[in-house]
Design a protein around this ligand. Structure first.
Ligand code: NAD
Ligand code: MG
Length: 392
């Protein structure tokens, strides 16, 4: 029998790759619901191909437009809108897996709803975990949900850890370090001064990966690696000192695990998100993802270097936020989201992004992160603080 899947953020880069993998295995997976924020045309095209039972849009207006379009195509998908509907299609009893691929904090509530309903959660939306940390991990554990990391690095780490890592403290002791690889982004080697001059169109041109705008800017500023450091600490229950960032410009090794006997396990592959997506969908099996095999003769060499923490302060800010605990990482994430949007609108410089995050961490009060209300309040206060600075 095929499994029903909800794809949150279906019109995005991860959403599209997910639907590509699902479509390769029609007997195994079926789309239950697709969601998107504003893109009516893209969503209509997806509904016609994948015939989900539900489609969820961000607003009533977008939902009406989509429903009208689908009617003319005789597509029977029922169109809903709003956060309540996002949560409903994530926790529906018929759904077995939820791909969490909304970008940013907007993905938190539906992703949490999937966890609370005991689903298999395929987590691409790292911001949801960064901002809610322990609360999210508890929701997974308490409801017998499973959490499969889709972020390529964390998927690689998951593949390289001992299979009994979660359940056996001895297996955890055998792991010395997690080596989180980073491409370095389009501005690797730039000085802080050079970085202050770069434009949004330069920032979104990632050398190896094709991704949404926000994560592309985060990759250029190394905030993506900062968020991933926090993500790794939660997913694999390690302190930040056990996670070392290794810049590897080719993005062939997707991350590594170093063991106490000196062994290092790495997961490699072409930089194509369909590999971790297929692994998450089928785990513990493996299925065809449509990704070509690696050709080592074409690659010829792999390079490694240390990150430049002077030019790119976001990594250290993320480390500090995780160590501070409570809502500090929520504040870091919210401040970054607002600053990245302002940079994309050309309201602030590229280097102002990390300046704003730094200022928010210094200014906003850190509280306990033990309730969803407290987390959302910290998120909105940090947003307001950064918006005020942008206008000033
Ligand atoms: P994207 O911008 O291409 O797509 C984002 C999706 O979220 C779209 O479907 C959009 O409609 C939806 N969305 C945006 N704002 C929304 C809102 N307020 N409410 C509801 N839906 C909203 O982004 P992406 O590159 O696919 O990334 C998605 C997530 O996956 C991000 O958290 C990113 O960090 C993570 N991720 C992406 C990649 C990648 O290769 N693209 C790799 C690893 C992790
Ligand atoms: Mg990643």
């Amino acid at each position: 029998m095929s499994q029903f899947i909800t794809v949150l953020g279906a019109t995005g880069s991860i959403g599209n790759s997910t639907l590509d993998v699902i479509a390769r295995h029609p007997g195994k997976y079926q789309v239950f619901a697709l969601t998107a924020h504003t893109q009516v045309e893209a969503m209509a095209a997806l509904c016609i191909v994948h015939t989900p039972r539900y489609a969820v849009m961000g607003s009533e207006g977008a939902a009406k437009k989509l429903q009208d379009t689908l009617r003319t195509q005789a597509c029977k998908t029922e169109v809903l809108f709003g956060v309540g509907a996002l949560c409903d299609v994530s926790r529906d009893p018929e759904v077995s897996q939820v791909m969490a691929a909304i970008v940013g904090a907007a993905g938190l509530l539906p992703t949490l709803a999937a966890a609370k309903a005991g689903k298999r959660v395929l987590l691409a939306n790292k911001e949801a975990l960064v901002m809610s940390g322990q609360l999210f991990m508890d929701a997974i554990q308490d409801n017998n949900a499973s959490l499969l990391p889709i972020d390529s690095e964390h998927n690689a780490i998951f593949q390289s850890l001992p299979v009994n890592y979660k359940s056996d403290p001895l297996a955890q002791k055998q792991v010395r370090k997690i080596l989180l690889t980073a491409s370095g982004g389009p501005f690797r080697g730039y000085s802080r001064n050079q970085l202050s001059q770069v434009t949004p169109s330069q920032a979104v041109k990632h050398p190896n990966w094709s991704m949404g705008q926000k994560i592309s800017v985060d990759s250029a500023s190394l905030m993506n690696k900062g968020l991933e450091l926090i993500e790794a600490c939660w997913l694999f229950d390690r302190p930040p000192n056990d996670v070392e960032v290794v810049v590897h410009p080719e993005s062939i090794i997707h991350s590594m695990v170093q063991y106490i006997d000196g062994s290092v396990m790495a997961q490699m592959g072409n930089p194509d998100m369909r590999t971790p997506i297929a692994y998450g969908l089928a785990w513990p099996e493996r299925i065809d993802s449509g990704v070509d095999s690696l050709n080592f003769f074409d690659i010829a060499q792999l390079n490694f270097e240390a990150p430049d923490n002077q030019a790119f302060p976001n990594l250290n800010l993320s480390r500090q936020a995780f160590e501070a605990g409570g809502t500090a990482a929520t504040i870091l994430n919210a401040a970054n989201e607002v600053a990245v949007e302002a940079f994309l609108r050309e309201q602030i410089s590229f280097t102002a992004i990390s300046d704003m995050v730094d200022a928010a961490l210094n200014h906003c009060e850190v509280n306990k992160a033990d309730s969803i209300e407290g987390i959302l309040q910290a998120d909105s206060l940090a947003r307001r603080f950064v918006q005020g600075k942008i206008k000033a």
